[in-house]
Design a protein around this ligand. Structure first.
Ligand SMILES: *Cc1c(COP(=O)(O)O)cnc(C)c1O
Length: 391
């Protein structure tokens, strides 16, 4: 047998990190890196943020887990704050983005079926979408590379072009229960939805009596300069999935919903052993302490503007390497003209971590607390990297 003890489902880079501080990661071989991957949009307040560390340490000494057989004070507190700061009336806690999306899909099916529409179960999703790696969410995402070898596809997902309202309308049948979209596609290559498209989806959902589900697992929680990306479009969904940034690195997912959408999610209809345990809630609560403080989003927007002001000329200067910069706030995609993997590998050699995305994009998803000096250092590394690649 030659399989590694860790199941080899990832193409991992040969580096081991053992310490992080703010925007920096320190490897066991003595190298340090500017972390603009953020563990794929997870460490949204950087590494070892003192407030998060203290919150988790304090909770760790008191109570880790007790199950959802009992009330959990941390859940009540975090849910109340998410409700107070969003469209939602109620929150289900889980452990990952895929689980948050599973909950969203279950809410949509049950919403219709509990009202007697037993044949309503289909969900319309967008091409290029990513909603997780469970059987249902790979079927929702519809990407061949994620479905290969895992047939049969879970039934009930119909894909249309991202951004296309006519196709969305045309795909609706009497079996359709919901529309699902990422307000900014993440894995697909940082592709923002047009505000008019999101507004149109809201109208279509209302016209046909469908639930509108936003997957903000990647674009949510402050990344775009507002707490939620949907705020930029001035529309609200009926259901929304969150995860990545919510625990600042601790695994937490959440599915938010209006009272109307979740009215049939009664005791026994859904559950999770670990979801929303006290340890996870202490992390999420500490993240919200920071993100809900006055001026947090303004600061993100200011630092993002500082970054974008340099990225636009950088892309123009290296037009043989970069095709465009796109995204919103600190959710940034650089579309490449050379293989994105080459740019990421070279940037890493130069001390900067970034993440690959679809459409030959490199994703920059740094800590929202990044400073100007760190942004400038990242831009300098990208500049050097592009110069080397062009040579
Ligand atoms: C990462 C991601 C998911 C899946 O989250 P996991 O925690 O990996 O299950 C779902 N939707 C979007 C938009 C994501 O970016």
């Amino acid at each position: 047998m030659s399989i590694s003890a860790v199941m080899p489902t990832y193409a991992r880079t040969d580096v081991v990190f053992d310490r992080g501080e703010g925007a920096w990661l320190y490897a066991t071989d003595g190298r340090r890196f500017l972390d603009f991957g953020g563990g794929i949009a997870v460490t949204s307040l950087g590494h070892a943020h003192p407030h998060l560390v203290a919150a988790l340490q304090e909770q760790a000494a008191k109570l880790w887990h007790c199950s959802n057989l009992y009330r959990i004070a941390g859940q009540e507190k975090v849910a109340a704050r998410l409700v107070a700061n969003s469209f939602a009336d109620t929150v289900f806690f889980c452990n990952s983005g895929a689980e948050a999306m599973e909950c969203a899909i279950k809410i949509a099916r049950r919403f219709h079926q509990a009202q007697g529409a037993k044949d309503k179960f289909r969900v319309i999703t967008a091409r290029g979408a990513f909603h997780g790696r469970t059987l249902a969410t790979i079927s929702a995402g519809g990407q061949e590379k994620h479905l290969d070898g895992f047939a049969p596809k879970v039934d009930g997902f119909d894909q249309v072009a991202f951004g296309n309202l006519n196709e969305t309308r045309a795909a609706i049948t009497p079996q359709t229960a919901a529309l699902v979209v990422e307000p900014i596609q993440g894995e697909g290559g940082i592709i923002p939805a047009d505000p008019q498209y999101l507004q149109g989806l809201r109208q279509v959902a209302d016209e046909f009596g469908l639930l509108l589900i936003f997957d903000e697992v990647q674009c949510g929680l402050g990344r775009t300069g507002k707490l939620f990306a949907y705020e930029w479009a001035g529309v609200t969904p009926d259901v929304m999935a969150l995860a990545k940034g919510l625990g600042g690195g601790f695994p937490v997912g959440a599915c938010l919903a209006t009272e109307r959408a979740a009215q049939f999610m009664t005791p026994g209809t859904h559950g999770s052993t670990f979801g929303g345990n006290p340890l996870a809630m202490s992390a999420a609560s500490a993240v919200l302490d920071v993100m809900l403080a006055d001026g947090f989003h303004d600061r993100t927007t200011r630092i993002a503007d500082h970054f974008w002001t340099q990225l636009r000329p950088l892309v123009a200067k290296h037009s043989g390497v970069f095709a465009e910069v796109r995204g919103k706030g600190l959710m940034i995609g650089l579309k490449c003209k050379v293989p994105n993997g080459d740019v990421i590998a070279r940037a890493m050699d130069n001390g900067l971590l970034a993440v690959a995305g679809g459409d030959n994009v490199i994703r920059l998803l740094p800590s929202l607390l990044i400073g100007e000096a760190e942004v400038d250092a990242a831009v300098a590394i990208l500049d050097r990297t592009a110069t080397e690649l062009a040579a």
